[in-house]
Structures are given as structure tokens and as C-alpha cells.
Design a protein around this ligand. Structure first.
Ligand SMILES: [Zn+2]
Length: 340
């Protein structure tokens, strides 16, 4: 089953900080990329292990990238080591990384982003789901969404700050604290010990340092269905490459490599799963719109002109994105899989 696209009406409110704080967010992002540049070189593909080509395919926001010529996976040319992950996600209980999320409006995110994710799974399985475990749950948006649909849901994350804050919010509504914090070194053994009907991994696998070990742990874990989302190579990447003065939100910082349509097949094989439903929707066109608006601001365009562009573009932005989604060139995919 293939599903495409969603409305972007929610996007402007939720991500408004990306418009208003481009300079400070861009600076912080480049600092994260400088940490990445200090990591050892990656000469083998993160996903399939083949030797990467000698030639660099492109460089943007300080970092160079190569496509694996065997599996098509897009690789940054440095390793995303455990130290790199610790430095950018979980140091000081992850309080740095958490800021962006804590400032956003919790209920808007639930209604416009996470309930649709929960409902896609519920609709596709068309049966009562007995249990969901959301690994990498953050503040517990998805756990909260499943709970509000009457499904038993728990979650785990390496970021203690998010877990504590998330449990506080969920406790107010449901009188339980279903989120647990997991030591980053214990992640594989924790995954292997799970026994649930649905294991969900939303925007998780792209952040894992030792990907092979993690995929093997999932393979050995007891679940019937796996529900994951990953960022994929799409039009956003060339867009980011030509707008160097705009905050990159797709391939940068914690995203040091990206799946492609072809490399997803290798991923599913390693996970020991077979896809039964896929939902493609990207933010490529919203990235383009933001890039144009910020560039117009920088070149001294009037507010009148910038607003005019916004009004005109917004009329057909979703239609453009739908074309990209249907051509499988969008920035994100959600996949529901059955364990083999
Ligand atoms: Zn490869």
C-alpha cells in the first residue's frame, strides 16, 4: 500500500523559529558540523560496507558527501562515532539538543504530526493493536497519541531531560509515566529484550552510530510489526546545496547520511522485515520556500514583496510537493513492515 503527501498548513506555525532565527540556528548547525569534521574519515558505506568512491559528489555547509555506488546510500565522509552522538545529543542530559523541541507547542505537534502517524498505523493494521514501544520517543508525542487512541504504549530514549519532561506532560492526561531513559551504551541489549506487537522507530536509525549492531538488535527483538520513519535523499538536498546561507534541516548536524529508495531495500533486508505500507511526504517545497524567503530578506527585498511571494507560492506549494512525493523524490518516508 502506498500513500502520498499531507497538507502543509501546520508547517508555518510549528517551524516558525526556522524563519525567524535563521542566523543563530545556522551558526549552531555549522558548529555541530565542525564537531563532525573532527571525526575519523569514513571510507566504507555506512549501510552496505562497500568501499566509497574516491570522488566527492558535493560539499555543503562544510561537509562533503559521497553516494555509495553499490547500494546508493548517501554518506558523509566522516564517521558519526559514539562520541559525536554523545556530544550532539546526550551531553548535559541532552539539554542543548532539547531546547528546540521544548519551545515548540506540544499540542500542535500532537495534532498535526503525531496523531496522523499513529492513525496511519492503526488504519493499515485494521485490528486492535495490543502494544506499541516507541524507541527514541523524545517527549513522548507518539506514545501520547497512541494512548489517546486507547492503545497501550510505552517509550524509551537516551535523553533524560526529554523523558522527564515528557512523563510530566503524559502523567497529567493519563496518570501514568510510560517513558524510560536508556543509557546510550545499553541501547542494543535493551532493544533485544523488548517483547511488543509494534516496535516504532521514528527518525531514529539515521542517528545510530553503530548501525549494524543496532539493526541486528532489532532483527533479534520480538515484535510482529516494525513502524519506522527515516529521512531520505530527495530534492531538499540539492536545494540545501545551493542555499548555503540558509539553515539546512535535512542533511546536516545529526543527519550525516541519508537513505535512498535503493538503499532502503538493504535496510529492510538487514532489519529482517518486509514493507506492507509506505507513506511518502516531504518538506522539500517548504525548504525551497523558506530558502527563497530568507534569501529575499538578505538581499533587501521589501516586506511587501516577501509577503507577496509567500501568498503566491502557498497557493500551489502542496501541489508541487505532491508531484515530488509521487515521484519518490521527497525528503521523508514512513514504512510499516512485517517481521519475516
Ligand atoms: Zn552502500
Amino acid at each position: 500500500m502506498k500513500k502520498y503527501s499531507k497538507s502543509s498548513n501546520f508547517y508555518r506555525n510549528i517551524k516558525s523559529s526556522f524563519y525567524n532565527r535563521n542566523e543563530s540556528l545556522l551558526k549552531a548547525e555549522l558548529d555541530r558540523n565542525r564537531v563532525y569534521l573532527k571525526q575519523p574519515p569514513r571510507d566504507k558505506c555506512k549501510l552496505c560496507g562497500s568501499k566509497l568512491p574516491e570522488t566527492i559528489d558535493f560539499t555543503k555547509h562544510l561537509v562533503s558527501y559521497k553516494f555509495c555506488r553499490k547500494c546508493d546510500h548517501l554518506n558523509g565522509i566522516h564517521d558519526d562515532t559514539l562520541n559525536f552522538a554523545k556530544e550532539i545529543y546526550s551531553n548535559e542530559d541532552g539539554s542543548d539538543y532539547s531546547k528546540l523541541y521544548l519551545e515548540d507547542n506540544y499540542n500542535d505537534r500532537i495534532n498535526h504530526i503525531y496523531l496522523p502517524k499513529a492513525d496511519f498505523l492503526i488504519d493499515q493494521l485494521s485490528k486492535k493493536i495490543s502494544s506499541v514501544y516507541d524507541f527514541g520517543c523524545g517527549l513522548g508525542f507518539l506514545v501520547n497519541s497512541f494512548l489517546s487512541r486507547g492503545i497501550d504504549a510505552k517509550g524509551g530514549d537516551v535523553n533524560k531531560t526529554l523523558i522527564n519532561a515528557g512523563n510530566g506532560i503524559i502523567e497529567k492526561n493519563f496518570d501514568i509515566r510510560p517513558l524510560e531513559s536508556i543509557d546510550i551504551e545499553r541501547v542494543p541489549s535493551h532493544i533485544k529484550s523488548l517483547d511488543v506487537e509494534v516496535l516504532s522507530l521514528m527518525a531514529v536509525m539515521e542517528h545510530i552510530s553503530n548501525l549494524d549492531e543496532f539493526l541486528e538488535a532489532i532483527n533479534l527483538s520480538s515484535f510482529k510489526y516494525l513502524y519506522y520513519s527515516v529521512p531520505i535523499y530527495g530534492l531538499s538536498v540539492p536545494i540545501e546545496s545551493v542555499f548555503e546561507n540558509v539553515l539546512p534541516r535535512h542533511l546536516s548536524g545529526g543527519h550525516t547520511h541519508l537513505f535512498t529508495e535503493k538503499s532502503l531495500e538493504i535496510l529492510n533486508k538487514k532489519l529482517g522485515v518486509k514493507p506492507i505500507a509506505e507513506w511518502r511526504f516531504g518538506t522539500d517545497i517548504q525548504d525551497l520556500k523558506r530558502s527563497i524567503q530568507i534569501s529575499l530578506q538578505k538581499t533587501g527585498s521589501s516586506d511587501y514583496f516577501i509577503q507577496r511571494f509567500e501568498n503566491e507560492f502557498s497557493e500551489y506549494a502542496d501541489q508541487l510537493q505532491e508531484i515530488i512525493d509521487k515521484n519518490h523524490n521527497c525528503s521523508q518516508i514512513h514504512v510499516i513492515c512485517k517481521k519475516l
